[in-house]
Design a protein around this ligand. Structure first.
Ligand SMILES: O=P(O)(O)OC[C@H]1O[C@H](OP(=O)(O)OP(=O)(O)O)[C@H](O)[C@@H]1O
Ligand SMILES: Nc1ncnc2[nH]cnc12
Length: 193
């Protein structure tokens, strides 16, 4: 496990700053490893127990909202698990939410990107007018694995006129080297395994 490099973060649980190590431990305590899901050979990181624990979920949301210092105009979440985080962080920080959806779900003109992820292939879309020109976008997802999903989402935000100012995930699976797909972009991972 590797803790993020920044110092203590203001958070709500316990009334004091929440250290990166404490947040990493919180996620570690709530993630369930599921072998061979959704296909043989994949070790699936199930974070639904974290979402189901109210105080733990609130702490993680507060840390994400705080570590970016409110220096964003809008939060973008990647369907579907990214929506869980993005909606909560948007609410906590007073920002708006833009959904980056799987193909065929958004009703108006979209930009789209095909990609491969650890266990399949898909297409992501965002509304072409989702962002004001130059809008500062905080991109959120639960897991960074091979980086295919994140690379596609970043490309879409930029095609639609947004500027990515932060990308946070709860967990980074470093052995899959997703960062290599992201062109040196900074990744905030609350837990790295
Ligand atoms: O780094 P990668 O190899 O691209 O994988 C990471 C992506 O995989 C999962 O999404 P999934 O497509 O399974 O969608 P879901 O959130 O709807 O379950 C996860 O939520 C990330 O978005
Ligand atoms: N191993 C994994 N666990 C959970 N989500 C994932 N998305 C891509 N790979 C994953």
């Amino acid at each position: 496990m590797t803790a993020p490099s920044h110092g203590p973060i203001a958070g709500r649980v316990g009334g004091g700053p929440v250290t990166p190590a404490a947040v990493s431990e919180l996620i570690t305590a709530h993630v369930v490893d599921v072998p061979d899901f959704p296909k043989p050979g994949v070790g699936f990181k199930d974070l639904t127990p974290l979402f189901a624990d109210g105080p733990a979920f609130a702490q993680v949301i507060d840390v994400i909202a705080t570590e970016h210092g409110g220096a964003f105009d809008v939060v973008a979440g990647i369907e579907a698990r990214g929506f869980v985080l993005a909606a909560a962080v948007a609410y906590a920080s007073g920002a708006g939410l833009v959904p980056i959806r799987k193909a065929g779900k958004l009703p108006r003109e979209t930009v789209s990107a095909a990609y491969a992820l650890e266990y399949g292939e898909a297409v992501l879309e965002v509304h072409a007018d989702a962002f004001e020109p130059g809008a500062r976008v905080l991109l959120l997802d639960d897991v960074l694995a091979t980086g295919g999903t994140a690379a596609a989402a970043i490309s879409l935000v930029e095609q639609a006129g947004g500027e990515i100012v932060g990308f946070s995930v709860l967990m980074e699976l470093a052995f899959l080297d997703g960062r290599a797909r992201l062109g040196g972009r900074e990744v905030h991972a609350l837990l790295t395994v």
